[in-house]
Design a protein around this ligand. Structure first.
Ligand code: ADP
Ligand code: MG
Length: 218
């Protein structure tokens, strides 16, 4: 198995562990503004992603991401299944087989723009796009300035966390929270929070693997 495939598997497992740890929290956030299932749906979808990563069988990074995307896309799962599947497929199409800092940033950009296109949500609509889009932009900037991949994902995670927190001040224009209007104010968007959780887990995993091969950690 190539080092890149091993890193992808480690990242996928780390994201899964973080989503399981925060499953109840994500459900609670969704209970305040939607139907209370976001943590459950994310964990169910990520189980499929992990299954595809574990099947391996000599698959490349882009093949694993594509299979995972297809599995999640076809499994249903409310607003989340199709959009997470779309994000993974977009990342797969952009990943190449040796994802460095530039590719990692390009994967995030592709995921953000495809999720926005498929779901019809723009920045400020109070969805996961509010975390994904600015995270992708700073990732591009960090990669262009020569940052290593762990740092590219770490700055994306930081911006996603800040952006997810800021959604508490937004009135939703799409998704279930749109029915609540101003009553959703004060609660962050669950989808934006789960993007931030996933990026933070990915960044920590990449930082640890950079340390273990003796590279300078961010
Ligand atoms: P459901 O709304 O079907 O119960 P989830 O609870 O899993 O799905 O996910 C809710 C999240 O989905 C919201 O917090 C929001 O971030 C995201 N979301 C809803 N509609 C859209 C959309 N059109 N585009 C992008 N994300 C969306
Ligand atoms: Mg929900």
């Amino acid at each position: 198995m190539s080092e890149d495939v091993q890193t992808l598997r480690d990242v996928i497992r780390a994201v899964g562990a973080a989503l399981r740890r925060d499953e109840q929290y994500l459900c609670d956030l969704d209970a305040a503004v939607g139907d209370g299932d976001h943590g459950l749906t994310m964990v169910r979808c990520w189980d499929l992603v992990e299954r595809e990563a574990d099947r391996g069988g000599g698959a490349s990074v882009s093949e694993i991401l594509e299979r995972a995307g297809r599995a999640v896309l076809t499994a249903g799962g409310g607003a989340t299944g199709p959009l997470l599947g779309t994000a993974l497929m977009a990342a797969a199409a952009t990943s190449a087989d040796a994802p460095g800092p530039d590719r990692a940033a390009a994967m995030l950009v592709a995921a953000a723009s495809e999720v926005s296109r498929r779901g019809g949500a723009l920045a400020g609509d109070r969805t996961r796009v509010d975390a994904l889009a600015p995270a992708a932009v700073v990732a591009l900037q960090a990669a262009a300035s020569g940052a290593p991949v762990a740092e590219v994902v770490a700055v994306a995670a930081q911006v996603a966390e800040d952006a997810a927190r800021a959604t508490a001040e937004y009135v939703a224009r799409v998704g279930r929270a749109a029915r609540l209007g101003e009553r959703a104010l004060g609660h962050p968007d669950p989808g934006a929070v789960s993007v931030a959780i996933a990026l933070r887990a990915a960044a920590e995993c990449l930082r640890d693997s950079a340390k273990s091969v003796g590279e300078e950690a961010p």
